[in-house]
Design a protein around this ligand. Structure first.
Ligand code: ATP
Ligand code: MG
Ligand code: FE
Length: 333
């Protein structure tokens, strides 16, 4: 079974070929145009998707050594995301399915982030828990099977990735700041500065308070020393990163203890964070749980996660018809 996966929910145009559960190619075109604006500009994103989509799919096919006619089904991101961006990928996928007379598979982007853990040889077994931490979402997902997932905890306000990016912005770092905080944190002392800990019930998260706590802290310190940020950048980044990681892993641990599930995964762009990866592995080792993290290229937005989801949908006969339409927000299943 050969699946073409297409991802266009935000600012990455990506295409991937999956054959029998193995990823043969995963080509990603990043949109540089947004950097100067400090965030993704929706209108520019859809325009860039329009320019990228044909060459991106061509390259993915070429790199996999697969011709369009040997593709068995087309999987695409149907929701959630920027509507203009989603429309480009979904209309293209639908047209392709119609012209090739091949089945169409619509994929939920957040379920696909979770499914990235099924790429490769070292896979979790069901049921497992997945902490999905991305630019727009923070969720603890109970994964019962490839097509049955429940969100058992999520953020009430900002996502973990937003907490990284907004903190980075306060430090004067360019967008997206998450990877830069990671880089500076590596040389810093994470115990030097303390930030407020949110008090949120159950398995839910909150990240808007920590952003405010960082803002006030920076205002206070730069009043005393205008070069405070410059002189302490590594320690500030390390302290912010440690706080975000601690908030995330406390809830994941609680979820594991509550459910008794001993197979844990990470997913989403923030799972590229080296501090989170390390602390997650430690948490698993200390509790005798099994921990899984997707390879770097499958953490941030990519089409391989759409193609692998498409593959599992294909073998369980879950197809969409051509009337399916893109949606900015959508039900979880
Ligand atoms: P969603 O999937 O919720 O729609 P998204 O697709 O935009 O959002 P991803 O591409 O999965 O999100 O992740 C992007 C986020 O990951 C950004 O907030 C970015 O700063 C963050 N990120 C990427 N690498 C790192 C890192 N090394 N450390 C911290 N954050 C990181
Ligand atoms: Mg992105
Ligand atoms: Fe994403």
């Amino acid at each position: 079974v050969t699946i073409l996966g297409i991802e266009s929910s935000c600012d990455e145009t990506s295409a991937s070929i999956c054959r029998n559960g193995e990823i043969l190619s995963n080509f990603i075109a990043n949109q540089k145009v947004h950097e100067q604006y400090g965030g993704v500009v929706p209108e520019l994103a859809s325009r860039a998707h329009l320019q990228n989509i044909v060459p991106v799919i061509d390259i993915a096919l070429q790199q996999a050594g697969v011709s369009l006619s040997s593709v068995d089904a087309i999987a695409f991101t149907q929701s959630p995301g920027l509507i203009g961006s989603l429309l480009v990928g979904s209309q293209f996928a639908k047209s392709l399915a119609l012209s090739l007379n091949k089945p169409l598979i619509s994929v939920h982007h957040m379920q696909a982030h979770v499914m990235a853990n099924l790429i490769g040889v070292n896979k979790p077994s069901f049921p497992f828990l997945c902490l999905t931490v991305s630019g727009g979402h923070t969720q603890i997902v109970k994964v019962i099977s490839t097509s049955e997932m429940q969100v058992i905890g999520e953020t009430r306000d900002d996502a973990a990735g937003e907490a990284f990016d907004k903190s980075a912005k306060l430090l004067g770092l360019p967008y997206p700041g998450g990877p830069l905080i990671d880089k500076y944190a590596a040389e810093g002392n994470s115990k030097r500065f303390q930030f407020a800990e949110p008090q949120i019930e159950a398995l839910d998260f909150s990240f808007s308070g920590i952003k405010t706590s960082i803002l006030y802290f920076l205002q206070k310190e730069t009043k005393k020393d205008p070069d405070f940020i410059k002189n302490n950048l590594s320690d500030i980044c390390a302290s912010i990163q440690a706080k975000i990681i601690s908030i995330l892993l406390k809830k994941l641990k609680k979820a594991a203890l509550q459910t008794g599930i001993r197979e844990l995964c990470l997913a989403g762009g923030v799972s590229a964070n080296s501090g989170l990866r390390k602390s997650f592995q430690e948490l698993c080792t200390n509790n005798n749980w099994k921990g899984y993290i997707p390879a770097f290229e499958y953490c941030t937005d990519n089409a391989a996660m759409i193609a692998i989801t498409g593959y599992y949908r294909y073998i369980s006969n879950e197809f969409s018809d051509l009337s399916v339409s893109a949606s900015a927000r959508a039900a979880w299943s």
